[in-house]
Design a protein around this ligand. Structure first.
Ligand code: ADP
Ligand code: MG
Length: 683
C-alpha cells in the first residue's frame, strides 16, 4: 500500500530510489528560539519550555485543542484541529518539552498549529539528528502517514542498515582526489543526515559533480563511439559542382564563420564515419548557403541530399532561394510537401528512386513511406526543434549506410546547455553576421500609444518598406486569441485602408494553400503589411520589410521575440522592432522586454532566457530528460558543470573504453542501470 503510493506519487520503486530522494532542505534543530523573539519573518520556530494549560474548544467536527506554552520569556498558543483526543492524552502540563513547527501569527500573537512536541528527556538523548531533513511529499502520501518526517524516518532506518559496500563508489579515485570529492556512500548519508552544514555541502558538491559528470560522460562516450566505429558515406572529393558554384556563382563572399563551418563539415564527411552535427547560428547568420554547399559536395560524391523544413512556408522559401542560387548550374532541385500535386509527386518519387534527382527540399512529407532514395548521403534539417527525434530516425532507415546529418537551428541555445544536452553531437557555430547589417532598433510602447506606432508604420510604408504585425496565438485552438487576431486585423485595416495599402493575413487555421498564397503576396511586395501569428516566426526572409510590431509582446518568450525580430533587418534599410504591451506587466515580462530593447545578440538572449525560465523550458532542448538533474542546476552550477565536462572529455580522450583499472568501477556503474547492487523492490 505504502509502496504503491510511493511509486505513484514520487516515482520511488526501489530502496535506492528512496536514498536518492534527497531532502530539499534541512531544519537546524540546534537552534532554540525564545518566545519573546518570535516575529512574522520566521517561518519555523523551535522552543523549549513547558505546557502550562490545555483545553478543548468547540464541539464535534469543530472541536479543537488549545494549549498554552511558556518558556520564561513569554507564552504562546499551540493548537490542534485533528487528532484532538489522541494529542490531549500525550500532553502533560508542567513537564519540560521541545516544541517545533511552522510559525503563524494571529492578532499579532505567535502560534503554532499542529506542532511537534517531544519531552526534553528524549530530545537530549540525541535520538534525532540536529539537522533534520525535509523531503518533498504529496497530500496523498501525507494522508497515508507518509509525510515529510516519515519519509525521513524510512531513510534513516535504511541508512542505518546499509554499509559502504551497498553503495559502491562509481567515480575513479583520481577524479575524486583531483576535485576533492567525498565517497558516494558518505555523500548519500550526509545529504540526508549531515552532522553540520559543512557535511551537507560536501555531499551536495560530490553528488552534483557525479550527476553532471555522468551525464556528460554518457553523451561523450556515444559521440566517441560514433567517431570510432560508425560507418558512414564517404565524401572524399570536392568536385566540379562545389567548385563551380563556389568560384562562379556565390552571390557574396562567405564570412569567416561560414568558411570555418564548411571546413569542419568537409573534414567530418571525408572520414567514412557518420557525421552528426548541430549547426547553430543566430537569425540571419547565413546557414542556408552552408547547407547548399554541403549538398553540392554530396552530389559531387554521387550522393543525394534532402533538406527538411518544419513548415510548408519555409520549405517553399528554401526551394525558391536555392533554385535561384543554383540557377546557372545544371542541377535540378525539387520541392515535396503535403500540397505537391499527385503527378509532380509521382515524378519526384521516381527520380529519387532512380537517383537522377540529387537535391530535394521538403517538409515532413519527405519521411512518408513511399519516398525512397537511391543513395541518400546527406540530410539537412532546418530548425530542428520542430522535428521529432523519431521522425528523423525514420529518414535514416531509408539508407543502407546512415546519411550524414546536419541539424541547423537559429534558436540560440546557450553554449553550456548545448554542450550538455547535445553532447553526443558535434557542434558548429556561426558566430558572425554577414557584413553591412544595420542593427535593429527595438523599443517598447504601451497600447495607449498605438496610434503613434501606426503613424510610424505608415511613414515607413510610404518610403516603400513593408511591415509585420504579429499577434499571439499560443494554441491554434485558442478562441480568445483567435478573436483577438481578427479584431486586430480589422483594426489594422481601418488604419491602412485599401486601395492605398494592401494587407496579407496568415495564421494556422488557414488551409496551407491560402497561407502560402498570402505569404507569397507579401514576399513579392503586392501587400505591404503582414498580419500574422507566429507561423511566420522561423526563417521567413523578406528583405524589404523594415518594421516588426509585436502585439501583446508580454505574452511571448524571449527566444520567440528574438526569432520574430529576426524577420527584419535583412535588407539594406534601417529596421525597427516595436514591442507593444498593456500597461500592467509582470516583473518577468518587463525583464524580457528590457532585455530585448538592450541587445540584439541571440546568444546573450538565450543565456537570459535560460536564467529566467530554467533549462526545462527552453525551446529546442530535448525532452529526454538530459537536463533534468536531481540536484544540479546548469545555470547555478555552471562552475561544476565545466569542471565535470573537462574531466569527462579528458577521460574519454585517455581511455575511451574505460578499461583502465581506475575506471572499471565507473564502467560497471554505467553498464548496470542501478549500480552493481541488486536492490530489492520496495513492497
Ligand atoms: P539563417 O541563418 O537565418 O537561415 P539565411 O541563410 O536565410 O540566414 O541568410 C540570411 C540572409 O543573409 C540571406 O538573404 C542570405 O542571402 C544573406 N547572406 C548569407 N550569407 C551572407 C554573406 N556571407 N554575405 C552577405 N549576405 C549573406
Ligand atoms: Mg534559415
Amino acid at each position: 500500500m505504502r509502496a504503491d503510493l510511493l511509486k505513484k506519487e514520487l516515482n520511488i520503486f526501489h530502496y535506492e530510489d528512496l536514498l536518492l530522494h534527497f531532502p530539499f532542505r534541512h531544519i537546524d534543530r540546534t537552534q532554540v528560539n525564545a518566545v519573546i523573539d518570535l516575529n512574522p519573518l520566521m517561518e519555523y520556530a523551535q522552543l523549549q519550555g513547558t505546557i502550562t494549560h490545555v483545553e478543548t474548544l468547540g464541539k464535534l467536527r469543530a472541536k479543537r485543542l488549545v494549549a498554552e506554552f511558556s518558556d520564561g520569556t513569554g507564552s504562546m498558543e499551540l493548537a490542534w484541529f485533528q487528532g484532538v483526543n489522541w494529542v490531549q492524552k500525550t500532553l502533560e502540563p508542567g513537564l519540560p518539552v521541545i516544541v517545533y513547527g511552522r510559525l503563524s501569527f494571529f492578532n499579532g500573537k505567535p502560534q503554532i498549529i499542529h506542532p511537534e512536541i517531544e519531552p526534553l528527556r528524549t530530545a537530549e538523548a540525541g535520538a534525532r539528528p540536529f539537522l533534520e531533513p525535509v523531503y518533498s511529499t504529496t497530500e496523498k502520501l501525507r494522508a497515508k502517514g507518509l509525510g515529510a518526517r516519515q519519509i525521513g524516518k524510512l531513510s534513516f532506518q535504511l541508512l542505518a542498515n546499509i554499509q559502504e559496500k551497498d553503495i559502491p563508489e562509481n567515480l575513479p579515485g583520481s577524479i575524486r582526489k583531483q576535485f576533492g570529492l567525498i565517497g558516494r556512500f558518505h555523500a548519500i548519508r550526509q545529504i540526508h543526515f549531515p552532522q553540520h552544514k559543512d557535511e551537507y555541502e560536501e555531499a551536495v558538491k560530490r553528488l552534483k559533480f557525479e550527476e553532471l559528470f555522468l551525464a556528460q560522460l554518457r553523451m561523450g562516450l556515444l559521440r566517441s563511439a560514433r567517431h570510432r566505429f560508425s560507418k558512414g558515406v564517404l565524401f572524399d572529393k570536392v568536385g566540379s559542382l562545389f567548385n563551380d558554384f563556389y568560384h562562379h556563382h556565390l552571390p557574396f563572399e562567405l564570412t569567416n564563420a561560414q568558411k570555418r563551418v564548411i571546413r569542419e563539415i568537409r573534414i567530418d564527411t571525408a572520414k567514412g564515419k557518420q557525421m552528426n552535427r548541430l549547426l547553430q547560428g543566430d537569425v540571419g547568420s547565413g546557414k542556408t548557403i552552408v547547407a547548399v554547399l554541403i549538398m553540392l559536395l554530396a552530389a559531387d560524391n554521387g550522393f543525394q541530399s534532402c533538406l527538411m523544413a518544419p513548415t510548408e512556408i519555409l520549405a517553399t522559401q528554401h526551394y525558391r532561394s536555392i533554385t535561384e542560387l543554383l540557377e546557372k548550374m545544371d542541377l535540378p532541385v525539387r520541392l515535396l510537401t503535403g500540397s505537391t500535386k499527385a503527378a509532380e509527386k509521382r515524378k519526384i518519387l521516381s527520380e529519387l528512386k532512380d537517383g537522377s534527382l540529387k537535391i530535394i527540399i521538403g517538409t515532413h512529407a519527405l519521411i512518408e513511406d513511399p519516398v525512397q532514395f537511391q543513395n541518400l548521403g546527406m540530410v539537412v534539417i532546418d530548425e530542428q526543434h520542430r522535428f521529432g527525434v523519431e521522425q528523423r530516425a525514420r529518414l535514416w532507415k531509408k539508407a543502407v549506410l546512415p546519411p550524414h546529418i546536419l541539424v541547423m537551428t537559429a534558436t540560440p541555445i546557450p553554449r553550456t546547455l548545448a554542450m550538455t544536452a547535445y553532447g553526443d553531437l558535434d557542434y558548429s557555430i556561426i558566430d558572425e553576421l554577414p557584413p553591412g547589417r544595420k542593427p535593429i532598433s527595438t523599443v517598447h510602447r504601451y497600447e495607449s500609444n498605438r496610434h503613434k506606432v501606426m503613424d510610424f508604420i505608415r511613414s515607413e510604408l510610404d518610403k516603400g518598406r513593408q511591415a509585420y504585425i504579429i499577434f499571439p496565438l499560443i494554441e491554434e485552438s485558442d478562441k480568445l486569441d483567435y478573436e483577438n487576431l481578427m479584431k486586430g486585423y480589422e483594426n489594422v485595416k481601418a488604419y491602412f485602408p485599401e486601395p492605398k495599402y494592401w494587407i496579407s493575413m496568415v495564421h494556422g487555421r488557414q488551409p496551407s494553400a491560402q497561407k502560402e498564397a498570402n505569404m507569397q503576396r507579401f514576399v513579392s511586395g503586392d501587400t505591404q503589411i503582414m498580419v500574422s501569428t507566429t507561423v511566420i516566426e522561423v526563417g521567413v526572409n523578406v528583405p524589404n520589410a523594415s518594421v516588426m510590431v509585436i502585439e501583446n509582446s508580454e505574452k511571448f518568450g524571449l527566444s520567440q521575440l528574438h526569432q520574430l525580430r529576426g524577420r527584419v533587418g535583412r535588407g539594406a534599410d534601417k529596421s525597427y522592432c516595436i514591442l507593444l504591451s498593456g500597461a500592467k506587466l509582470s516583473r518577468e515580462a518587463r525583464e524580457r522586454i528590457n532585455i530585448m530593447v538592450e541587445t540584439n545578440n541571440g546568444f546573450l538572449i538565450a543565456e537570459k532566457d535560460l536564467e529566467l525560465r530554467g533549462p526545462g523550458e527552453i525551446e529546442g532542448t530535448r525532452q529526454s530528460g538530459a537536463l533534468n538533474f536531481r540536484l544540479a542546476n546548469i545555470v547555478q552550477d555552471r562552475a561544476i558543470l565545466e569542471l565535470s565536462r573537462n574531466a569527462a572529455a579528458a577521460m574519454i580522450e585517455e581511455d575511451p573504453e574505460l578499461e583502465k583499472a581506475d575506471n572499471l568501477q565507473l564502467k560497471n556503474f554505467l553498464q548496470h542501470k542501478r549500480g552493481s547492487v541488486l536492490w530489492s523492490r520496495i513492497s
